[in-house]
Design a protein around this ligand. Structure first.
Ligand code: ZN
Length: 499
């Protein structure tokens, strides 16, 4: 029997303990069609384990400068995290590829990383790795944003041109890293090193990340497992171009496009740690329905205890002030149960800034008339049209609209037909951007939408006219709210969502 030297055993133990051979555990998000509803997709998350030795991280076009000052401003904060990602993948035994186009044969011509890339023996890729890979209309349809104007979001517009000289110095190029801007070369490197998995970060998703000779379209076509780090990318998208949404929503739409058509996305926290739970901020300012009792109790039980989310409650009995609105800026979801408030400019301004950024919103019951100084809020943001309600003693009967029965928000809302003791709100007709999910009825009257989704300014909104204190005792209502919160934040709603 061979006696292993103690030093070797110790080294093996250390390797294992420091995770050199530990898999990269990623939460890969794709987007799948919802059965039974045309054109509706939902996010799906799947855990994948990648062997570091078979994995490369590639930074595409993270330049030192950019002709668009907006692009510079958005990318600068991402660079330190990109460097952390490079360090992490490198230390686990993965490959790091720096791909700053237009600079490799000038600034980096004699760099050891260039020589390393050039020295990989030629291999034969299954598809060409030469030149730009344009939109493949048969496979992916059109991009969800118009970028033919170059995508500068600034005012006045920046002058286009090649102003970059090297990769951003904030990303360290270590010994053993590769530098290349050639699809063929990068394919050779991957072939030589047995790379099967590629993690992509950099800019801009709608252009270089998809289209470069070594971009997502090409790598996926070659059969590599590819993921895009969705919090370490950006788009060139001008909010004055279709679909006329804030810049960050445009980026989200392109990421959705990638998830639908090309490859999953991950968060840098999958590798670097520190994934934060969602922060839900409640704005409660009404005196009729005890929102200040029902919603915090609901949030504590269903969100804080069961899901580990962070909760902030702003509550007031005074329609003239709502203390604590500073919290809105850090909200991942703003839940509004307010009635006919006229807030000081500073407080109201924080709501407006949040809506202008098209961040997730949930409106409950009297939220349709939350702002007495902005009655258009109902239609513009919530997508509703509140104008009156039926008698209190009638209550209402709820049922799903046929076209929405398989909507993820109604998943596990069981049974889907139920009664509410709250009066039925007259809410129709809804905005064209709204999609009704539940209908409410009282005898001998037309049906009224009682819960719907809306897309306002590109952002996700959910509203329900239900919200009577008794509703919070209904398992269906509680499920509806939790599902809708997940939906507004674009988080997966479990398939086996038991009530
Ligand atoms: Zn610009």
């Amino acid at each position: 029997m061979r006696i292993w030297p103690i030093a070797l055993l110790l080294m093996l133990a250390t390797l294992s303990a420091t995770g050199q051979d530990a898999a990269l555990k990623l939460t890969a998000r794709t987007r799948v069609p919802v059965a039974g509803i045309a054109e509706l997709y939902e996010p799906r998350e799947q855990q994948v384990d990648w062997k570091p030795a078979e994995t490369a991280v590639m930074f595409i076009d993270v330049w030192d400068r950019h002709w668009c000052q907006g692009a510079v401003r958005r990318m600068e904060p991402l660079v330190p995290r990109m460097n952390e990602l490079a360090k992490a993948v490198r230390s686990k035994g993965g490959l790091v590829i720096h791909a700053p186009s237009d600079t490799c044969n000038k600034f980096y011509a004699d760099h050891p990383g260039r020589k390393l890339a050039r020295s990989a023996p030629a291999a034969t890729p299954p598809v060409t790795m030469k030149g730009w890979c344009s939109l493949i209309r048969d496979k992916e349809g059109a991009l969800p944003i118009t970028d033919s104007d170059g995508g500068c979001d600034c005012e006045p517009r920046c002058k286009e041109g090649i102003v970059w000289k090297q990769q951003h110095p904030g990303i360290e190029i270590a010994g053993g890293d590769y530098i290349s801007e050639s699809g063929e070369e990068i394919y050779n490197v991957f072939h030589q090193r047995g790379i099967r998995n590629v993690i992509i970060a950099g800019v801009h998703t709608n252009m270089c990340i998809l289209g470069r000779s070594f971009g997502i379209r090409r790598l996926v076509s070659c059969g590599f497992n590819v993921v895009l780090v969705r919090d370490l990318t950006d788009t060139m998208y001008n909010h004055r171009a279709a679909p006329f949404v804030p810049h960050d929503r445009g980026t989200d739409l392109v990421i959705e496009h990638v998830e639908k058509n090309w490859c999953p996305t991950i968060l840098s926290s999958d590798i670097l740690g520190g994934r934060k739970p969602p922060h839900v901020v409640f704005a409660l300012d009404e005196s009729e329905y005890k929102a200040k009792d029902t919603l915090p109790a609901f949030a504590k039980k269903e969100l804080e205890e069961k899901l580990g989310w962070k909760i902030t409650v702003m509550a007031s009995d005074d329609v003239k002030t709502l203390p604590g609105t500073e919290a809105i800026a850090s909200a991942d979801l703003l839940v509004i149960f307010m009635r006919r408030t006229t807030l000081p400019d500073e407080q109201f301004g924080r709501f407006k800034a949040y809506f202008d950024a098209a961040r997730p919103v949930m409106g409950i019951r009297t939220a349709s008339h939350a702002f007495q100084n902005w009655l258009a809020f109902d239609h513009a943001i919530l997508g509703g049209n509140y104008h009156n309600h039926y008698a209190n003693n009638l209550g209402s009967t709820l049922s799903p609209i046929a076209a929405a029965k398989t909507h993820p928000i109604l998943r596990g809302v069981d049974p889907l037909a139920f009664k509410s003791t709250g009066s039925l709100y007259m809410t129709s007709p809804l905005a064209k951007t709204a999609t009704p999910l539940l209908l409410g009825t009282v005898p001998n009257q037309p049906e009224e939408p009682a819960a719907w989704t809306n897309i306002a300014n590109g952002g996700r909104v959910f509203y329900t006219a239900l919200g009577h204190p008794d509703d919070f005792n209904l398992p269906q209502y509680r499920k509806l709210l939790v599902n809708a919160m997940l939906w507004t934040m674009d988080r997966p709603i479990p398939m086996n969502a038991a009530p």
